[in-house]
Design a protein around this ligand. Sequence first.
Ligand SMILES: [Zn+2]
Length: 493
Amino acid sequence: MERQRLNFQLPDFTRVCWVSDSAKSIWEPRLAQITNAWLEIEWRSVIAGVRECCLNSLTPEDLVAKAGKFAEYGLCALPLEMCGISQYSYSSTSLPIEPGKPFVFRTVIGKPESVWQFKQAFNTGDNLLIGKLLGFPDCCREFFQQVWVEQSCVDTTWQMACNTLKSTEIAEDTRLIKVKGSPYNNILWRWMGIRLVPHLPCSFDCQHTKSFGEKLMQVGLSAGYEQEMDWLLQILNWSVEWSALHGIAEIKTSILKVSTMTDATPYKYTVQRQGKTETDEGARGLNFPYQVPRKPLFTSSSAFQRGIENPITQLAEHPDKYAASNGFSSRLVMDKAHQPIVEQAIAFLPNTSSNVIDLGCGNGALLKKIYEKNFNIIPYGIEQEASRLENVSLLLPQFVDNFWVGDIFTSEELWAQNRRYSLALLMPGRLLEVSPETAANLKKRLQQQCDRLLIYAYGDWLTRYGSLTGLAKEAGLELLNPKNIRASCGFAF
Ligand SMILES: [Zn+2]
């Protein structure tokens, strides 16, 4: 079956359009975390013996920062070429470097002898050897040689789908292919940097690709990326549709749509990959790949009405569950721990409209207590675990848009539009869980955009460092008033 192709190619581009703000606020930071994890997995897979070499695109700063780490493991990093930077981590062609603009080194990483072998293969354009050194399965290397090199395609999706079916299942005029397969083989998210194998598989059910992907997943898990690997598998299990017409490919998923360059064809070609699970933030609709709308809530039911009218009463029915989503054993323990924080915050906050941010806000219970004592404040919160944020819509329904799922160290939304906060709340132990540079970045941001920082800690964090003063010191902060040795909270600036 021969697909008709047109004799032109658009310049490389990738555009992303989210289905909703809520999908974006939840999934964009997760995609960034997964992409980061993937960069680590690429080179760690070499140490784990999964393959000889890997390719990373590194900024000059990255290269300097990471080369020492590679050397520590007996690996060397050899820059092969300089490329322009695309906004997303995947582009079909390497972008030309522009004078004065930022660039990356395409760098091969591996044991010195493998890197030398790779360099020679690279110089002579020996794609089969390059693929072998990168650990790509034989069948996929042949597929790449055929489709990418010989047919000079820039997108292998259609041929990959054709390969997944038996040849008798494809008619001369087939323009829609439906496939299933393991999530490891699903590379339809690659334009967003979301993938579980570094190569272009020969089919959606290539078994060699699957087992390669499983090994890389293991590398990710051993490197401590459980959360990222969990999200990654979720995403790759969702339904997704790729279609191509006139050189533009559209990849539709339940949370976003990607437009990018592909091979130019006069007709529309479509590949649908049927998934399993879906997400709450996903768009709903009757067409593929969207989820069928769920049954509406029984809004007339008395239980639902009660919840709307009096959210606190409803929460009081499950006080311990409510406290647990904030990390406490019971509501009583939580209220007691919150009390001094609320008192200090209220003593400081002005009686005019002012923003307060809780970095690691749980279900927003602490912010609600502060708000109830000063209705001028506008609460903001960020929380890493989505499940903890679930009750915010009941506790602070008028402010739900000010709460994000995300990482306090990487979230940009937190600091968007140079928003100023009168007060920021932080458990300083968080600063000890990341690298000193990451911690320093957050501290800098806090100093730039917040008037005051109120730090607090409970239980184990206090005993481990003797006192809040001890913990603060370890985290590179100093309490303004360190006199009370038993204090569980205090201002750091
Ligand atoms: Zn294969």
